[in-house]
Design a protein around this ligand. Structure first.
Ligand code: FES
Length: 338
């Protein structure tokens, strides 16, 4: 049977063989596709067929036919949203002003509470609609059920796919909405987070890890998915560390290709000794500063977007390492197909 998995050419020779369904199956070590090792067929119900070769034993030699005796067949399933993502059918236009708010605070749906980061984000979106006639969308990560990154990248850079391998397997996974809204729809994104122990929220970190597939397209295909898009941030906490959180977020989003306006984050905190958290929301709600800066953040984003929106980005390069830059690039790994 051919070694290259029909999915993304994972090395079936390194897969585990076990008895399941109607026979012995090998499981691809990259994302778990399975093939009957005698017939090359996918499990019952799936029409995929792996290529099979004729094998003869002659003395101590194992002879394998040059051409397959059964050809490979990969079935393509039509999922319109997945197709749009694969083909990068951008929903922006020369005149669009699509602003995506991504709220990353986490809270119990049974016990909703006031969120300062989300409230400031909503203020920004409302202002963008009223002042600029922007199309806005608020995506709350806590409403999306999505799996954590499962680290396929650590098997091989090509095992981290666009859209994410998890999304390919399960288009209903909640990150599909983020991929569509962030990569295809938005001109501007504003990401809001609370500060939790000096960092962005745990839910926030779950998202960038699943966005590795966007950055990885640069590494493996020299393809920049994010162009002419702006990112800004809203960071609120009872105590502090706004600048460290902003630095982390800016580092990540610049690596995806986003552009920042000057002064690209809004911060709210009340200092190290502010343990009277019961007064945090009270003070926040009264804050003229929040009212003003949630608007100024949008003004800055729109101002810079109008300048970069239609510039030709073909001369923009991602100064990132490729596989060929690796110190071991010249060493052949004979187990791999690519
Ligand atoms: S399951 Fe084999 S490469 Fe993805």
């Amino acid at each position: 049977m051919a070694n290259a998995c029909l999915h993304k050419a994972g090395p079936l020779g390194l897969g585990v063989v076990s008895s399941k369904y109607d026979g012995l199956y090998v499981t691809c070590p990259w994302h778990g596709w399975e093939y009957n090792i005698e017939t090359g067929s996918a499990p019952p119900g799936f029409p995929d067929q792996q290529a099979l070769y004729e094998v003869k034993l002659e003395g101590e030699n194992i002879l394998i036919s040059e051409k397959p005796i059964v050809k490979a067949h990969r079935e393509h399933f039509n999922d319109p949203l997945l197709e749009d993502l694969i083909k990068l059918k951008y929903q922006t236009s020369e005149k669009s002003l699509n602003i995506l708010g991504l709220s990353t605070t986490s809270m119990s749906p049974q016990l909703p509470r006031f969120s300062t980061s989300e409230d400031a984000l909503q203020k920004s979106l409302t202002y963008a609609e009223e002042k600029y006639g922007a199309a806005t969308k608020m995506v709350k990560l806590r409403d999306l059920e999505f799996r954590s990154c499962e680290g396929y990248y650590s098997q091989h850079s090509h095992a981290c796919t666009w859209p994410c391998s998890i999304t390919e397997m399960d288009p209903k996974d909640g990150m599909t909405e983020v991929y569509e809204s962030m990569i295809l729809w938005a001109d501007i994104i504003i990401v809001s987070t609370p500060i939790r122990w000096g960092n962005a929220s745990a839910l926030y970190y779950k998202m960038p890890q699943r966005l590795n597939c966007v950055q990885n397209q640069i590494t493996i295909n020299n393809k920049i998915l994010v162009k002419n898009k702006i990112a800004s941030f809203i960071i609120t906490g009872g105590q502090d560390n706004i600048q460290q959180v902003a630095g982390q977020m800016m580092c990540f989003f610049t690596d995806l290709g986003f552009t920042f306006p000057p002064f690209s984050f809004l911060g709210w905190s009340r200092g190290w000794t502010a343990e009277d958290m019961d007064k945090n929301v009270m003070q926040f709600k009264k804050s003229e500063y929040i009212l003003r800066t949630s608007k100024e953040l949008v003004d800055n984003c729109v101002e810079i977007l109008t300048q970069i929106k239609n510039i030709n980005m073909s001369n923009i390069h991602a100064p990132k390492p490729t596989r060929d830059d690796s110190l071991s690039a010249a060493i052949e790994n004979s187990d791999m197909n690519i």
